[in-house]
Design a protein around this ligand. Structure first.
Ligand code: GTP
Length: 558
């Protein structure tokens, strides 16, 4: 039943080639859609992988920064607490007395405890008075100094072995500083203090420049480091409406480089870059920062367009020429982590290899499909033409290209029945070539065949559309003429006779022959009989008569 349904569908398509083409197109579309779907799944996995890989670096970096910032805020709280209720011990009182003696010196250093505290380094009153940003407020000076001395104990505990963080310091507007990397007690103190207060991070923490009193990041030039650059996180120290100074953490670019390189070691693909808030590259997981900018101005504008609207901690991705860019906004840094994955890296990576295998499989499958399509199409073409030939041969005579006896009789019977039902005339012409045997004898069988084909062609040209002719014997032909009376059929027979006899036919070796044929005509009306076989017999009798009467004539009466 199912087979029949398929057969019916197939039979709607006249040519089997079309069925083959449609089948192959469907298979090709299916394979392409499946491959495309696989590619989509793969792409989704790739994007998630890239995001995860950058996310893990961002999380690690954020966690590290968070720890350091927490420390910074802890130190600020400690200072504020100490300012609120300063400790007064013999040691602090002695240190403050020392300060009062030293404060006019160009540089000085105070130390509460040689073993347990960091030295406090400072400059002269004169230096402080020379800068409008600095101020030695006598009312708060001693409490600030004793708070800073207290901080010098705690700051000593700051763990410099932790990743990223290099130096922690407190730079006071009162002309002194405390740093986790203390200098010697020499004139360099003046230059060091000057550098601290001259940096943008110091002035940027003034109440005018930072009214919200939040943590700020600055990316500045620092000749003491190999890269010449330093990233600084700063918080202002305020108490009772007075701005005392700045607590800061330094991150040399080298430490950020090595942090990202460590991340690169964990994830071999792509390059991770840290950008500041103005899209200047700060550090990279590659050996060095790229000599030429990785992005053109329009590309940077495109990234900025996407990233500026994003919130802290957000991440996303975009495609840029042949590169896949993943970005993440850090929670604890006013900048951007960017991962650049080039096409070449992608191809060499795991996903690239799977994609290549998938593409190769698709190409191979398509090639095989194409080859099998050609083979099967040729096969079907051959079978189809063989089938056509066989079915033609089953019905036609190959020499004359007229219906053969079997097919002709079937058609003639059907036509006679049809005419009987419609009560229309029906005539039969029986035709036989004259003295055909002698042509065979004189010129050979092939010449005889040529004469037969020629006579059939003359015959076909002479009757109307609707009449049917067939070869019913060796050199015998029969024509049925539906809707034709005896008189009209005689005229048709006469026309054929004249045509056949009108021309000489060239046979082999330059011999020509003029052939003729005899005709017998019968009609259903005259016998009141539509039986084809009987009508053909009547026509055959008349043909015989025509032969007896001297051939090359039409006989339509007994
Ligand atoms: N070349 C060729 N000859 C054929 C074919 N079929 C029949 N013949 C020959 O046609 C000849 C028919 O000869 P006859 O029946 O004696 O009739 P005729 O020579 O045409 O003489 P009349 O019919 O009396 O005019 C025979 O010699 C057959 O061998 C054919 O397909 N090709």
């Amino acid at each position: 039943m199912f087979g029949n349904a398929i057969q019916r569908v197939i039979s709607r398509f006249k040519s089997p080639q079309k069925v083959v083409n449609i089948c192959f197109i469907v298979v090709f579309l299916f394979s392409t859609v499946l491959t495309w779907r696989e590619a989509m799944v793969l792409e989704g996995a790739y994007v998630a992988n890239q995001r995860n890989s950058l996310d893990s670096v961002a999380t690690l970096l954020d966690r590290q920064l968070q720890h350091n910032i927490d420390n910074l805020l802890f130190y600020r709280n400690a200072m504020q607490y100490a300012l609120q209720s300063p400790i007064s011990t013999d040691r602090t009182r002695k240190s403050l007395a020392d300060f009062d003696l030293l404060r006019t010196q160009p540089f000085w250093q105070l130390r509460l405890d040689m073993n347990r505290s960091l030295p406090m380094s400072g400059v002269s009153d004169e230096f402080v008075n020379s800068s409008p940003l600095l101020d030695r407020d006598e009312k708060t000076l001693h409490s600030e100094l004793s708070s800073a001395l207290e901080l010098s104990y705690i700051m000593r505990l700051s763990d410099r072995s932790r990743p990223l963080q290099q130096r922690m310091f407190y730079a006071s507007r009162s002309g002194f500083f405390l740093t986790s990397t203390p200098p010697a007690n020499d004139p360099k103190i003046i230059a060091l203090y000057y550098r601290l207060i001259a940096q943008p991070y110091f002035s940027s923490q003034s109440p005018q420049n930072n009214p919200s009193r939040t943590l700020k990041w600055t990316h500045t030039f620092a000749p003491v480091f190999a890269s010449g650059q330093i990233l600084t996180a700063t918080v202002p120290l305020d108490y009772n409406g007075r701005w005392y100074g700045v607590l800061a953490l330094d991150y040399p670019i080298e430490s950020l480089h090595s942090f990202l390189q460590q991340a690169k070691y964990d994830d071999h693909e792509g390059t991770v870059l840290l950008y500041d808030n103005e899209f200047n590259p700060i550090a990279t997981s590659a050996e060095n920062l790229p000599k030429h900018p990785l992005f053109t101005e329009p590309q940077l504008a495109q990234i900025a367009g996407v990233v500026t609207a994003a919130k802290q901690g957000d991440q996303g991705e975009l495609r840029m020429d042949s590169r896949f860019i993943t970005w993440a906004k850090l929670n604890n840094f006013d900048g951007l982590l960017v991962k650049v994955h080039t096409l070449q890296e992608g191809v060499q990576g795991e996903f690239g290899r799977i994609s290549i295998v998938l593409s190769v499989l698709w190409v191979l499958f398509t090639l095989m499909l194409f080859v099998s399509w050609i083979v099967i199409r040729n096969l079907v073409n051959n079978m189809y033409s063989l089938q056509q030939t066989l079915s033609w041969r089953a019905n036609y005579d190959t020499l004359t290209r007229l219906y053969n006896r079997g097919a002709f009789f079937d058609i003639a019977r059907a036509l006679s029945k049809q005419c009987q039902q419609q009560k229309v005339p029906f005539s039969v012409i029986q035709m036989d070539l004259d003295l055909f045997k002698s042509i065979n004898d004189r010129f050979g069988h092939s010449s005889g065949d040529k004469v037969l084909a020629h006579a059939a062609a003359m015959l076909s040209d002479a009757f109307r559309h609707g009449d049917v002719a067939g070869r019913v014997g060796g050199e015998e032909f029969c024509i049925v003429l539906p809707g034709t009376t005896l008189e009209e059929a005689v005229k048709v027979a006469e026309r054929i006779r004249v045509r056949i006899n009108s021309r000489e036919l060239l046979l082999k070796q330059g011999n020509t022959v003029r052939i003729s044929a005899s005709f017998g005509v019968s009609s259903a009306f005259e016998f009141n009989d539509y039986d084809f076989e009987r009508l053909q017999t009547y026509a055959d009798h008349r043909l015989y008569k025509a032969k007896q009467n001297g051939r090359n004539q039409v006989c339509s009466a007994d």
